[in-house]
Design a protein around this ligand. Structure first.
Ligand code: PRP
Length: 184
């Protein structure tokens, strides 16, 4: 549970996100229209809203699977040690794979998961992230598609949490700590 009082200012509206997801889904459709072996892999938990909206816009015969990784826990600081808490249900050998991430920050999570899945020798592996904070990157990784590049702000909503809260907001919001403003 968050220990400091905070407010959330809207940063990217639900309407803007929906328009971007629709455009991204067209790119995904074009990139994978030659295959009937596409597995869309959601990186839990943060991607659950994004993947749900994205797959419903993709008119291809896809499968959906999930992998759960965590490097933050309830903390706001990355441990830089990525733990796999839940692996894929299905095999991806010789399959086409699209990994769906909510946000790339330091990059440790996506890099670790991509390495893990590539070792299983999929036919193709591509990545998509709704948000990217390039100024925070600590390892060399870039998603093949990105929804929005954002500055180094603490964001929540549309699947992304603050100490496990606020994942259910329909928009992306920026966290502002009210005690900082009062100088306490
Ligand atoms: C968050 C977020 C990304 C990752 C990005 O996951 O959902 O997966 O951190 O950070 P990084 O680029 O610095 O690795 P978290 O570990 O908080 O788990 P969650 O998805 O369950 O919220």
């Amino acid at each position: 549970m968050p220990t400091r009082p905070y407010v959330i200012d809207e940063m990217i509206s639900a309407k803007t996100i929906a328009a971007r997801v629709e455009a991204l889904s067209k790119d995904i459709h074009d990139a994978f229209s030659d295959t009937d072996k596409l597995v869309v892999v959601g990186l839990l938990r943060g991607s659950f809203v994004f993947i749900a909206d994205l797959v419903r816009e993709i008119d291809l015969p896809i499968e959906v699977d999930f992998i759960e990784a965590s490097s933050y826990g309830d903390s706001t600081e990355s441990s830089r040690e990525v733990r796999i808490l839940k692996d894929l249900r299905g095999a991806i050998h010789h399959r086409d794979v699209l990994v769906v991430e909510d946000i790339v920050d330091t990059g440790y999570t996506l890099k670790h998961v991509v390495g893990l899945l590539k070792a299983r020798r999929p036919a193709r592996l591509k990545t998509i992230a709704l948000l990217d904070k390039p100024s925070r990157r600590e390892v060399d990784i870039q998603a093949d598609w990105t929804g929005f590049e954002i500055p180094d702000e603490f964001v929540v909503g549309y699947g992304i949490d603050f100490a496990q809260r606020n994942r259910n907001l329909p928009y992306i919001g920026k966290v502002r700590f009210s005690d900082e403003e009062q100088g306490t």
